[in-house]
Design a protein. Structure first.
Length: 334
């Protein structure tokens, strides 16, 4: 019984952490599956081809009503400097669900004197509309009345803005994005606990190594996240490897996410602290214009809600006339 008590406390602690940090589109490691536009609006139209991506993510197959997420994204270049994009998503987590759409405008400045050497600064802004639903119909309010539970389905629609910048110089890249930049009050939960501030900051950088005549390319990168209201932060350390093939490329890698803030829980007579950790291997293939990727995330903590892990599949297609590639190791652009 004590173990169940401790497990519940840790689950609640991490559940509160996720509820604050995932207003709007959640940030997982799906950006490593050739899908940077999903978290950085400045990447809309940055590639030399138009892209459509479909993802499906499911957590904990052995847990009822476990979190799941589906996204459909599209982005393309319009003319020489303008990029546009759109994201539609469905996010479900127990009794709470949200469906939304983002529309994106990006502007790309080529700072080099020619179109061979990559030196590009990009800016992007996304406007997001989200409908949140809190389903309380399964609660027994007759035998267990609670003044804050209505017993019905509560719905609300809210609006927010993401914006950011990306910089590519030859084999180096960096991104800075502010998500949920506007203060927004949702009407689903008690205003005593619901903050208007869901602002979150993402900063990432990386470098791509590999001789230009080699079939192998190596891409280490990091990403830092910070949630302003709760002062929570985490960091991703990633390594991605590409192998060029006659039909396209195969790639894979590993991501390690660690929160820099721990969740406290009672263990016997003392209070312990546990920091959230995810280990995520991923693998993918680009076959001509098609893309397929699989991602698995494992929570590497001593106390977890489930050992089932998180599974995600990504399908993609590149279309349109490709622009001439740059003379660099820059898979996200070329």
């Amino acid at each position: 019984m004590k173990f169940k008590k401790y497990l519940a406390i840790v689950a609640i602690a991490f559940g509160v952490q996720c509820s604050f940090s995932q207003d709007g589109l959640p940030v997982y490691v799906d950006y490593l599956s050739d899908n940077l536009y999903l978290i950085h609006p400045s990447m809309a139209g940055a590639s030399n081809a138009s892209k459509i991506r479909l993802t499906a993510r499911q957590q904990w197959f052995d847990v009822d009503n476990a979190p799941s997420l589906q996204t459909l994204s599209f982005n393309t270049r319009v003319g020489d400097k303008v990029g546009v994009g759109a994201i539609v998503y469905n996010d479900e987590n127990g009794n709470f669900s949200q469906q939304g759409v983002y529309l994106t405008f990006a502007y790309h400045l080529l700072l080099s004197r020619n179109r061979v050497d990559l030196n590009q600064l990009s800016f992007g802004i996304s406007t997001g509309f989200t409908q949140g639903t809190l389903d309380e119909t399964g609660f027994d309010i007759i035998n267990n009345p609670d003044p804050i539970i209505s017993g019905g389905r509560l719905n609300t629609t809210y609006f927010n803005v993401d914006f950011g910048a990306s910089y590519y110089f030859l084999d180096f890249f960096a991104h800075l994005t502010i998500k949920n930049a506007l203060p927004t009050q949702r009407d689903l939960f008690s205003q005593e606990f619901e903050s208007k501030n869901q602002r979150r900051y993402l900063a990432s950088a990386g470098y791509t190594f590999g001789a230009y005549d080699s079939d192998w390319t190596y891409e280490p990168s990091i990403m830092f996240q910070y949630t302003e209201e709760t002062q929570e932060s985490s960091i991703d350390a990633n390594i991605k490897v590409y192998r060029s093939m006659e039909f396209g490329s195969v790639w894979g890698g590993l991501s390690y996410r660690r929160s820099l803030d721990g969740a406290e829980f009672v263990n016997g007579t003392q209070v312990d602290n546990q920091k959230l950790q995810y280990i995520t291997p991923f693998v993918g293939v680009n076959y001509n214009r098609f893309m397929f990727a699989y991602t698995y995330s494992y929570q590497a903590n001593s106390l977890v809600l489930s050992n089932g892990g998180y599974h995600q599949i990504t399908l993609g297609y590149d279309f349109g006339d490709r622009r001439d590639p740059y003379d660099c190791n820059c898979p996200a652009i070329n």
